[in-house]
Design a protein around this ligand. Sequence first.
Ligand code: COA
Length: 371
Amino acid sequence: MVTSGLEDIVAASSAICDVNGKEGRLIYQGYDIHDLAEHSTFEEVVYLLWFGRLPTKTELEKISKELRVNRALPSQVISTMKVFPKDADPMEVLRTATSMLSFYDPDDRDNGREANIRKATRLVAQLPTIVAAWDNIRNGREAISPKEDLSTAANFIYMLTGKAPDEVATKSLDIALILHADHELNASTFAARVAAATLTDIHSATVAAIGALKGPLHGGANQEVIKMLLQIDKPENVDAFVHKMFDEHQKIMGFGHRVYKTEDPRAHHLRKMSEELGKRKGEPKWFDMSRQIEDIVLKEKHLNANVDFYSASVYYMLDIPIDLFTPIFAISRMSGWAAHILEQYSNNRLIRPRAEYTGPRNLKYVPVDQR
Ligand code: COA
């Protein structure tokens, strides 16, 4: 029997991430996401996802340093990006530039575990540089070189704006990176594992994942949420707007989830951040409108907000260009993709399911001039 969209099918064993849809809990390697969002850092979470435990101080310093010193892009990647169409979608740029990185990676031909950890480290370090460089290049500016003394979150804001980021912005982005780092067999991670299971290289598996994340039913949803909020524009327009969408049987982006049947635990933190950042910026209306939409959709459709709903207003309040919202999801999820790719390699079997054939049978070939 075919299960539509592989719903509830267990397709892999994994020790990386546990999503409990009934209780609304998310666990990375045994640690609750609420604990990590409150106390950890993105760099520490990268270590946790890859090595299965929290790092010691020395181990954390080592991985943080590796992530800092590997941020620069090969000059060939930057010069190729300069000839991309200036209106190219940043996710397509990220997909293409990530693919190019493999040409210049010193471990490109080595598929051993140590080489793959080095490649994974470079990918987590380099993806933010691609995203920020593209925003500068498309606006006619030179790409800003990464700084080695900043965290992943702070350096990303610096490369994007050219200014030293403030503490609130850095902390908010760091939490967002922690929250998006992994999510079990979501569509892009599954795509990465399917590719890795052919024993292709980590860059190829990552490119498959970026392609899957781009879609509006997955990572692309956060951009659609802010476009909706901008269209609604004023809190007094929310009710009519949402009901019109219901009448037209349109999906409200940022709601619903295949696994969570209760609140997505990541939404809790992003909701709080959206409110605080809105107040700080003197623009509380985005949060107010979001809360109103959330109430209506929950009450009338019994759908909860997911990770993408409040991340939209969070990134907007951080002055991040709208079409970079999904690429930011990607720079965080790179850590989870890498964890799953490494896990797949460590106990691999080709992933090759079957399809139920529903086409015609026993047709006789008719030559083209007789059709
Ligand atoms: N707005 C309105 N209705 C929604 C909805 C939404 N965001 N999400 C699901 N529904 C409805 C569907 O229309 C469907 O109703 P029906 O049975 O009357 O046709 C029902 O809920 C089941 O939806 P379905 O799309 O089959 O669920 P799924 O498990 O395949 O999809 C998502 C999960 C996340 C793809 C889906 O909820 C969605 O498209 N959400 C919006 C996109 C989004 O926010 N994606 C980010 C996910 S983290």
